[in-house]
Structures are given as structure tokens and as C-alpha cells.
Ligand binder design. Structure first.
Ligand code: M6R
Length: 368
């Protein structure tokens, strides 16, 4: 059932193009995004004036990615909260707030409690979930299922990519309902998303050198991950994968924060993974990251740079260059996360660990 793979996780990494395609399928018709279950009127969506995304772990990272898209498309303020923190604050919610609860299992205790808290405050709740009929979708006003298929490996891979796609559909549904995007613009964004399974397949076809690189770094004490904009949550996700699978100290940082502390960690030979922004996107973002790489390389770090094919400007600063297909800025996490998953799995294997069942972790965390 591992389809010739040594571990479920490796099979699930390979299944990502299909997971994305299945998550998108059937969700666009007549210029509109269609949800799976909508116990909300379109009018309710039009009245939304604030969005919270609540989730844990990788699902939380998918929310951080979505914030950039939803704010951009919908002109709505979006806050992304760890579910375990959300209800212990006193979040300001009312019936015009949309709470998006993202959960692969649909049973995560903190996320479920966040949903219940939101509903008590009369907020509308939309679940993004990979498990049909789980508790979180059952208690929500609307549901969008990620059709990633069962995810057995404890480390989330295909569910994470599917969550990003589904969160984007939520953003497009809101933008369409609220009129901040015309139907043809919604269609264009949707069709760009539809091209992503192919782009992810291309990444999967070119990862031999990532594996080799990972094996060479298996004895490192720590690895840092840097990114900006949507590359920042990708950096957090890369670090989480490495922690949970390889039991290695790994930290993700917003590259702009380097000078505010983390640069003090840089020392000779320290591997630092840098997630370059799309070269198709804003030039300033790209040039800021380039100067960050220069700074860390000058201090002796070993730079591992994930950049888009044809981005020649990074080559002189990359001790190791990992190329991914050129896609637009918001879609970049879907391609740049994949090498990080492979990187973490390969280091873990080289260290002799079971990547499907990392120590101390459960697939679904049903206690708070
Ligand atoms: O089932 P959920 O999506 O609610 O789970 C959330 C986290 O527990 C999960 O993403 C966890 O962080 C993964 N092990 C990360 O790989």
C-alpha cells in the first residue's frame, strides 16, 4: 500500500500533484467558486468584514500563506491565529467575522474548540478539512474539503499543499461574492491554480540533487530557513518538517528580521535555506532577499537557495541552488515547499529515523 515506497510520507509527497488537482476539481462553475457545503447565504459572505484563520502546525502555516492572497484579493483584514492561542485571548468576533478553521484531520482539539468559541460569538465558520464528516466540518457553517486522500505519515505534506489551494479557493469565493474580483478575474486565478499540479510534478522530477544535498548535511547541528512574504511561512514549514522528522534544531525566520537578532546565529558552515521570492513578482522583494543572502554568505553560512528557474541573479550567492518552476508570487509556496519536504525526509532517513512515525508525535492531536 506504500506503492513501492519505503515510507508513506514519500508516497504522499509524490501524490501532491494529484492531491492538488482533486482539491480544485469541480469548484469552479459559471464564473464562481463552489464550496462543498454552504449553510450560509451569499449575502452572509458579502457582509463579512474580517477573517480569522485558526489552525495548528502545518495547517497554521497554510493559513499564513493564505493571508497574503485573501487580503490582496478581497481587501479584507485577515488574522491568522494558532488555535491554541485564539480563544484564550479575547478575539473580537461578531456575525460579520468569518473564521476559517483549517485541519487535515478535522479532529484537532484546539481547532475544534476555536470553532466552538467562534460560533458562541456568532461568527460564521468555514472549515477546510481533509476528512469527510469529521467533527470540525460538522460544526461549521460551510465546508471546503481538501481531496488530498488519506494522509498516513505524521508529517503533513500533500494535505498542506491541498490546504493552500483550498484556502485560495476560499479567498476567491469571498472575492467573487464581495465583488472585489470580477468573474473573469476569479476564472483567471482559478486557471492559474489549475496549472499547479503540473508545476509540482516538474519539481518532483528534479529532486535527486536535493536528496544528495540533504545526505551531505545530515550531521549538521542546526539549519535555518529564511523567507519573505509568502516565502516566510514556507520557511516556517521547512523548519517544522526538519524538527519533527530529523529531530534537528531548525528555525524559520522572516528574512527582514535577520538584523534584529537571528543574524547573530550565523557562523562558519551553518546551513541556511533561503526561499527566494518569485522573480515574476515585485522586484524589491527579490532584491531585499538577495542582499540578505549576501549578508549571511559573507558571514560564512552555507547558503541553500530555492529560486525560480532562470533566476541567474542568485547563482553567485548560492552554495547550493535548488531550482523550481517560475510561477506567480502567490503560487510560489506550492512549488517551493516540495524540496523542503524532501530535504527533511532525506536527512531523517540518513539519521536512521522512521519518517512516518516521528517520536513523541501523533497524527491527530485530540487533546488540548
Ligand atoms: O489535523 P490537523 O491539520 O488539524 O493537524 C494540525 C497539526 O497537528 C499538523 O499539521 C502537524 O503540525 C503536522 N505533524 C505537521 O507536519
Amino acid at each position: 500500500e506504500k506503492g513501492g515506497h519505503e515510507y508513506f510520507m514519500l508516497k504522499e509527497i509524490e501524490e501532491q500533484p494529484e492531491a492538488l488537482a482533486n482539491t480544485l476539481r469541480g469548484h469552479f462553475a459559471d464564473g464562481r467558486i463552489v464550496l462543498d457545503e454552504q449553510r450560509l447565504a451569499d449575502q452572509d459572505l458579502r457582509e463579512i468584514d474580517k477573517v480569522f484563520v485558526v489552525a495548528c502546525g502545518s495547517a497554521y502555516h497554510s493559513g499564513l500563506v493564505a493571508k497574503y492572497a485573501i487580503e490582496h484579493w478581497c481587501r479584507l483584514p485577515v488574522e491568522v491565529e494558532l488555535a491554541s492561542e485564539f480563544r484564550y485571548r479575547d478575539p473580537v468576533l461578531d456575525r460579520d467575522t468569518l473564521v476559517v478553521a483549517v485541519s487535515q484531520s478535522g479532529e484537532t482539539a484546539d481547532t475544534l474548540e476555536a470553532v466552538r468559541h467562534a460560533r458562541e460569538q456568532k461568527a460564521r465558520v468555514l472549515a477546510v478539512c481533509n476528512t469527510n464528516g469529521a467533527q470540525i466540518p460538522r460544526e461549521s457553517d460551510a465546508v471546503l474539503y481538501t481531496h488530498a486522500g488519506p494522509e498516513i505519515g505524521v508529517a503533513s505534506t500533500k494535505a498542506f499543499l491541498a490546504q493552500i489551494a483550498a484556502n485560495y479557493l476560499v479567498g476567491l469565493a469571498l472575492a467573487g461574492a464581495r465583488g472585489t474580483k470580477y468573474p473573469d478575474e476569479v476564472a483567471r486565478e482559478f486557471h492559474e491554480l489549475e496549472a499547479m499540479p503540473e508545476a509540482v510534478s516538474r519539481v518532483l522530477g528534479t529532486t535527486g540533487h536535493v536528496r544528495e544535498l540533504a545526505r551531505g548535511l545530515a550531521d549538521s547541528k542546526a539549519v535555518l530557513f529564511l523567507g519573505r512574504h509568502v516565502g516566510y511561512p514556507v520557511a516556517l514549514e521547512g523548519a517544522l518538517k526538519l524538527k519533527e522528522l530529523a529531530y534537528m534544531h531548525a528555525e524559520g525566520f522572516a528574512a527582514g528580521e535577520l538584523k534584529h537578532g537571528p543574524i547573530a546565529l550565523i557562523e562558519e558552515g551553518l546551513p541556511v535555506v533561503v526561499v527566494m521570492p518569485s522573480s515574476k513578482g515585485r522586484a524589491t522583494l527579490h532584491s531585499k532577499l538577495l542582499s540578505n543572502i549576501r549578508e549571511i554568505q559573507a558571514r560564512g553560512a552555507q547558503t541553500i537557495v530555492i529560486a525560480q528557474e532562470g533566476d541567474e541573479t542568485v547563482r553567485p550567492f548560492a552554495d547550493h541552488l535548488i531550482e523550481v518552476p517560475a510561477v506567480s508570487t502567490l503560487l510560489q509556496p506550492l512549488v517551493s515547499t516540495v524540496p523542503l519536504q524532501i530535504f527533511a525526509a532525506e536527512i531523517a532517513k540518513a539519521r536512521g529515523y522512521d519518517v512516518d512515525k516521528p517520536r513523541n508525535l501523533a497524527k491527530s492531536v485530540t487533546v488540548e
